[in-house]
Structure formats: C-alpha cells, structure tokens
Design a protein around this ligand. Structure first.
Ligand SMILES: Cc1cc2nc3c(=O)[nH]c(=O)nc-3n(C[C@H](O)[C@H](O)[C@H](O)COP(=O)(O)OP(=O)(O)OC[C@H]3O[C@@H](n4cnc5c(N)ncnc54)[C@H](O)[C@@H]3O)c2cc1C
Length: 154
C-alpha cells in the first residue's frame, strides 16, 4: 500500500508517521525547502504541544465534533506519541512543552522519526496536478507518482 502526504507541517509529518506505522510505504511532498516551518514559530519558539485541560467547551465551533476528537486522542495520548518518538515533555502551568523548550526539537524529531520509518520526504517540490486513474491517485511533481491513499495536509 502506497501513501502520499502533501504538506510537511505538523499534520503531514504526524500523518506520515501514522501511515508508515500502519505498514504503508509513504512519500511526503512539501513545496518549501524545509519541513515544519510553521512549527518553529509555535508557542513563541517553544511549541506548546498540548495542554492538560482540553475540554470541548474551551474550543470554538462544533463542540460535539471536538468532544469526539478529544475522546479519540487525549492530551495523554499526545504526550505518549511525542515521548515514543523521543521527546520528553514538561508541564508549565498546564501547558505542555518539549523538555528542551525548543520548537526545533519537535520539528527535527518528527522529521527524523518519519525518516527512520522509511518515509521519503521530498522538499522543494510543486504539485502540477492530481488525478484519479483506475482507483489510484497520480500526483504529478514533474514525474508522476502513484499511490493508493492520498492525504492532503496543506
Ligand atoms: C504564531 C503562532 C503560534 C502558534 N503556536 C502554537 C502552539 O504553541 N501550539 C499549537 O498546537 N499550535 C500553535 N499554532 C498553530 C499551529 O502552528 C498550527 O495549527 C499547525 O502548525 C498547523 O499544522 P498543519 O500541518 O496543519 O499546517 P502547516 O504547518 O501550515 O503545514 C502545511 C504544509 O503544507 C505545505 N503546502 C501547502 N500547500 C502545498 C502544496 N500545494 N504543495 C506542497 N506543499 C504544500 C506548506 O508549505 C506547509 O509546510 C500557532 C500558530 C501560529 C501562527
């Protein structure tokens, strides 16, 4: 099973890790020169990866949807995910950060863990077109790349 993820931000890198862990052969396509550029500015450069208190009434929007998301993936699950990829976390007044207090750590560990799982990361690549042909997706980045699953994380 081949998976292509478009976008190597936090969502794309975590999706790539999840797909690779599920046994897929994964390629991530990013049009920037580097992955996770936005991660670097999060939490004032420290990356607030989650919070101890994450109730649905703290979010705007459809609270029943938020409730389902939080039940499916709790702050403890998020901390475990990051600790499994090698990032120790600390709580400062209920805000959870990497213990390095550096967003760069989050970015580098996500990239390196994905690569350790065999995820191919293609930076500096633009998508010309995406087509669905015979049940497969064909993503044209100058050369056609075929996959079974396509994740848009842009
Ligand atoms: C100042 C600031 C501080 C923040 N602080 C926090 C915080 O502390 N904690 C927190 O949880 N959240 C924080 N956020 C929010 C957080 O940054 C975002 O929710 C998160 O980074 C979104 O990740 P993403 O992967 O969905 O999107 P993005 O990070 O935007 O990633 C999308 C990626 O897709 C790429 N892309 C787009 N179009 C294409 C294309 N056509 N082809 C190829 N690649 C493409 C982009 O270059 C990018 O790399 C903060 C946001 C800001 C602006």
């Amino acid at each position: 099973m081949k998976t292509i993820v478009i976008g190597a931000g936090a969502s794309g890198l975590v999706a790539a890790i999840a797909a690779a862990n599920a046994g897929s052969s994964v390629t991530v396509i990013e049009h920037n020169k580097q992955v996770g550029k936005k991660i670097l500015i999060t939490g004032n450069g420290r990356c607030n990866i989650t919070n101890e208190a994450m109730e649905e009434n703290k979010f705007y929007g459809d609270s029943s949807f938020i409730k389902k998301v939080l039940e499916a993936y709790s702050p403890d699950d998020i901390r475990s995910f990051f600790e499994n990829i090698g990032i120790c976390t600390v709580s400062k007044n209920g805000y959870i950060y990497p213990s390095s207090m550096q967003a760069q750590t989050v970015c580098e560990f996500l990239r390196e863990y994905a690569m350790k799982l065999g995820v191919k990361i293609k930076t500096n690549n633009n998508i010309n077109s995406i087509q669905q042909i015979n049940g497969k997706y064909v993503v044209d980045i100058g050369i056609p790349l075929e996959c079974d699953n396509l994740i848009l994380a842009t």
